[in-house]
Design a protein around this ligand. Structure first.
Ligand SMILES: Cc1cc2nc3c(=O)[nH]c(=O)nc-3n(C[C@H](O)[C@H](O)[C@H](O)COP(=O)(O)OP(=O)(O)OC[C@H]3O[C@@H](n4cnc5c(N)ncnc54)[C@H](O)[C@@H]3O)c2cc1C
Ligand code: SF4
Length: 517
């Protein structure tokens, strides 16, 4: 039994057969299912969680932040051997259900090797132009709203499929202030559906980290998984509460033939000619590492020794500009971005990262982080604050790794890299917020425990000695195994990863249709 699961497993084994098995239903797996549903193939989506119900608790900060209603109860083990609560969610749609829906393209420069303050971020095996048509499709599919032509780091592109969300009056004042400082603020690209329409987004203050109660957020459950099941005319099946425990290969070790799925207190053997692993960067690596065999003694598809290695997460700091006499009346605040320091800092030549306004902090969220202070004090504070997220690129390092122990438990050994550049970005943002009229700036970071933007654990590349997957995310070692989630990132850039996972999933789906079906 895998950690975090309740009940007793019996060893009864039943076999099922499908044309394609997709493990995980988040950004990667959900999008793959959607893109492959039209083929008429018999597809099984295996998802360890359930549907997130539409309920009042969806938008209740107490339920989401204090009671952690939707996060996994699983515990992972950090580099010191201590257990910690990973900030991750197991449900249909995966972490996209809780995301802020900031759907960015990587910058053109992110695809090349880039010198950072603390090292080099490696090149990707594909360039921006290869992914650009899939970014176009990904933005249409996930209904991305934005305005092109302002962001100084924006790669070549046409207009966004939908107009940007208008800024509140308060954020307009901030934008004018940023422009006076010589910066180039632009509308944050967001996947939000039908704002202002009867059944659409109500632009609430519980979006990022909350599930959308009215299903207006562009996330993999609503945009991909449910439509895939409808489009599949009975050919696309979703098994919820079903956890892939292990993959088996044939005697040559070059083809996966079956997966063990733990479901309804039994282990079901699922056979298929094609397996797509999309369990998220940490769980996908863990699944491969658990799937050892005589042919794959270090874990499946791991002849390079890179499965689970070079784990990355963004260096992310939440910042709040605070003025004791200024009440912030903005409800939907997450509309502004600044990339002026993405490729070089104001006072040095190194890339620092991105700045974006963030959803409103609630008193309960702050109290969940530091419980000692009374809630009324937090409430008074957050009403007078404007929230920002600053994000810098992490750099891959062999010592940063996902591993599994003999009990199958996940170990995440991680120390952030490139911290000097991030500290400079935080300092620069503080300076900006003070000049905008916020004398007090409060910062908070989840540090090494921030697993939200996990990536890099089964990197794609050209050379099988230097990568786990080829440029279409097929395992170098196993001809019918694809890994399509955050795992494939050779570098993590400094913008949110979701749209890139989706775009690559659409690209891989096209490749599979042309070569495997
Ligand atoms: C609060 C929050 C806010 C975020 N905001 C943004 C944002 O604004 N923009 C952005 O781009 N990104 C954002 N992210 C990150 C984004 O959600 C992830 O990058 C993205 O969801 C990763 O996609 P994935 O397919 O790799 O994994 P996931 O979306 O996590 O999907 C993995 C799925 O696999 C399932 N699974 C795991 N193990 C197994 C198993 N063994 N068997 C079966 N199923 C399994 C999981 O339950 C899950 O459903 C945010 C994340 C969080 C948590
Ligand atoms: S209504 Fe809009 S702002 Fe609120 S959670 Fe849904 S998508 Fe986000």
């Amino acid at each position: 039994m895998l950690p975090g699961q309740r009940g007793t497993l019996v060893s009864k084994r039943v076999s099922e057969h499908f044309d394609i098995v997709i493990i995980g239903s988040g950004a990667g797996g959900g999008t793959m299912a959607y893109a492959l549903a039209e083929t008429g193939a018999r597809i099984l989506i295996v998802e360890r969680g359930d549907f997130v119900p539409q309920e009042v608790e969806n938008w209740d900060p107490d339920a989401v932040w204090r009671l952690l209603r939707y996060q996994t109860r699983e515990r992972w083990i950090d580099r010191n051997g201590d257990e910690f609560k990973p900030y991750t969610h197991y449900n249909v749609g995966g972490n996209t259900k809780f995301w802020g829906s900031v759907l960015y393209r990587l910058r053109r420069e992110d695809f090349s090797a880039m010198q950072h303050m603390d090292g080099v971020s490696p090149a990707w095996p594909i360039d921006y132009d290869t992914l650009a048509p899939y970014y176009d499709r990904a933005e249409r599919l996930y209904r991305v709203r934005g305005l092109h032509g302002i962001d100084p780091t924006e790669p070549a592109r046409g207009p966004f499929p939908h107009e940007n969300i208008p800024h509140s009056d308060g954020m307009e004042i901030i934008i004018r202030g940023l422009q006076r400082l010589g910066l180039h603020p632009f509308p944050l690209p967001l996947g939000i559906q039908r704002p202002g329409e009867a059944d659409g987004c109500v632009l609430c203050n519980t979006c990022n980290s909350f599930p959308c109660r009215v299903h207006a957020k562009s996330e993999a459950d609503v945009i991909c998984v449910r439509p895939a099941i409808r489009a599949g005319n009975g050919q696309v099946k979703l098994w919820t509460n079903s956890c892939a425990a292990r993959l088996h290969t044939d005697a040559t070790g070059t083809r996966v033939i079956a997966a063990d799925i733990q479901r309804d207190a039994q282990t079901v053997r699922v056979e298929s000619p094609l397996f797509i692993v999309a369990a998220g960067a940490i769980n996908s690596a863990a699944l491969l590492l658990r799937s050892t065999s005589e042919r794959h003694p270090r874990g499946l598809a791991n002849s390079s020794g890179l499965v689970g290695k070079r784990y990355m997460a963004h260096l992310a700091t939440m910042m709040q500009g605070f003025h004791p006499l200024k009440k912030n009346t903005t409800v939907f605040q997450k509309t502004v971005a600044v990339n002026d320091f993405y490729l070089a800092g104001a006072r040095n030549k190194y890339p620092l990262g991105s700045i974006q306004s963030q959803g409103r902090t609630h008193g309960i969220m702050a109290k969940a982080v530091v419980p000692a202070i009374p809630l009324w004090a937090y409430n008074a504070w957050v009403q007078r604050g404007v929230d920002w997220l600053v994000m810098s690129e992490d750099l891959p390092h062999m010592a940063n790794e996902v591993a599994v122990d003999e009990k199958g438990r996940i170990h995440l050994r991680y120390t952030p890299n490139n911290v000097r550049a991030h500290a400079l970005l935080v300092k620069e943002t503080k300076r900006i917020l003070r000049r905008l009229g916020y004398p007090i700036v409060i910062t908070h970071s989840h540090g090494a425990k921030n697993t939200t933007h996990q990536c890099g654990t089964a990197v794609f590349g050209i050379d099988p000695r230097e990568s786990v997957l080829d440029s279409f995310c097929r395992a170098h070692d196993v001809e019918n195994l694809f890994v399509v989630d955050g795992s494939f990132f050779p570098s993590c850039a400094a913008v949110n990863p979701g749209l890139t996972i989706i775009a690559q999933a659409l690209r891989v789906a096209d490749h599979i249709k042309a070569t495997q079906l």
